[in-house]
Design a protein around this ligand. Sequence first.
Ligand code: HPA
Length: 272
Amino acid sequence: MNKQNIDKAASFIKEKINKQPKIGLILGSGLGVLVDEIENQEKIPFHTIPEFATSTVEGHEGQLVFGNIHDIEVVAMQGRVHFYEGYSMEKVTFPIRIMKELGVEILIVTNAAGGVNTSFMPGDLMLITDHINFTGTNPLIGPNNPELGVRFVDMSYPYDRDLQELAKSAAKDVNVKLQEGVYVALTGPSYETPAEIRMFRTLGADAVGMSTVSEVIVARHAEIRVIGISCISNMAAGILDQPLNHEEVIETTQRVRTQFLSLVKEIVRKMG
Ligand code: HPA
């Protein structure tokens, strides 16, 4: 990880925006609507930021949005880039390094995911309690820069336990059903086969997706505390007798936007 690139991007942002958010948000497929809830917005498109990669996927707008939720300063990534777009893991996780540089201490990471646990339903929200990195790679491969973190990162508590409790109590307070489970990440972009989904269920996964784990690994490297929420946008392959498509993913995230928004806003409020 090139520290000069991080410094370049971070100083570009600091010159434009005079804010010190402690909370960072990554908004997954179809979940970018959360930025409408951010007050006093200041936006920076990804493509203007040095070294920042731009998403090519529908449902991923691609900008940094600074502002307030319940008077608490946040920075949100509306859209993210994925490994399957052809970007290196370093590029995919670069925004986490920038958030750290801007002073972010807590990362709220969200995604759309396929339900592997057969008791889930499309539209459920799931608190990520742990993950399985099935991408076959790791964003920390390469020389370690001790300024950014330790060589061997502890992953015993990837998702902060206190923040999990906070999320559960936030869900109760706003009356949103919150499932809990393990997220398994693959590179994609093809969806999984039914046999793969059966395997992941056997391995202990509850939801499957193509993002998040590399961001979480880098966040832990940077000692940022993490909370993760999946929107179960569809049942994973082979569970229902129907094909999967990205339109369904976006439709479901839009259908549950009200619950998603009230949950995330309440989580932020409780962090304040
Ligand atoms: N599999 C992988 N990634 C996904 C899915 C899925 O079923 N749904 C949304 N993202």
